[in-house]
Design a binder for this molecule. Sequence first.
Ligand SMILES: C[S@@+](CC[C@H](N)C(=O)[O-])C[C@H]1O[C@@H](n2cnc3c(N)ncnc32)[C@H](O)[C@@H]1O
Length: 211
Amino acid sequence: MQNKIIVAGIGPGNEDFITPAALKKIRAAKFLVGGRRALKDFSSAKQIICAITGDLDASLNFIREKILLGEVVVMVSGDPGYYSLLDLLRKNFPPTQIEVIPSISAMQLAFAKISLPWHDATLASFHGRQPAREVLRFSTGKILGLLTDAEFNSASISKLLVDECGWQKNSVVTICAKLSYPDEKISTVTLDEAANSEPIKHCILIVREAE
Ligand SMILES: C[S@@+](CC[C@H](N)C(=O)[O-])C[C@H]1O[C@@H](n2cnc3c(N)ncnc32)[C@H](O)[C@@H]1O
């Protein structure tokens, strides 16, 4: 029987938001892969670990080698089904060998923080990619939920929405940074204010019309 690769979502960061199912698998893992911060928070000395860095081939090679010996647990932030290493794992291993433990996405937590349902929101990612402008284009009642990165951050995205996608300068953006961490910061400003303020890099933006 093939050993499984368990892709465990760890939620937005704080242990309070990880599911008991994921935590049980992570604690029991002999072979554990994850970002440096996740390894610091969740690994123990008895585990054989591999830090995910820019060199993704190194992580894949670790998994290829260790999967012959036993189950490998891969920790990913938020929910594995929403912009994570899961895509790359599916390209390199048979999907039947992969088991996913879902978790709370940073996107879900951002909407929860402002008590706004997300079922009608248009979700898109600027994390290492760019959504089609059509997806972002303003229409009455539209709500955008956006992942960001260092280049496409709170300032550059706010400018782009006004300049290229028909949003008004006084539309509202909630910037959610470091969600679930002790230094979590959530602020609501206009797109114009966000475009002209210090950029906040890795965060969630929730954009909607001015009330
Ligand atoms: C590669 S995506 C991972 C998304 C993840 N799978 C999820 O479901 O939350 C990374 C982006 O998610 C967002 N993100 C992840 N954790 C966050 C947090 N704790 N606070 C705010 N944004 C976060 C940022 O936009 C970051 O650049």
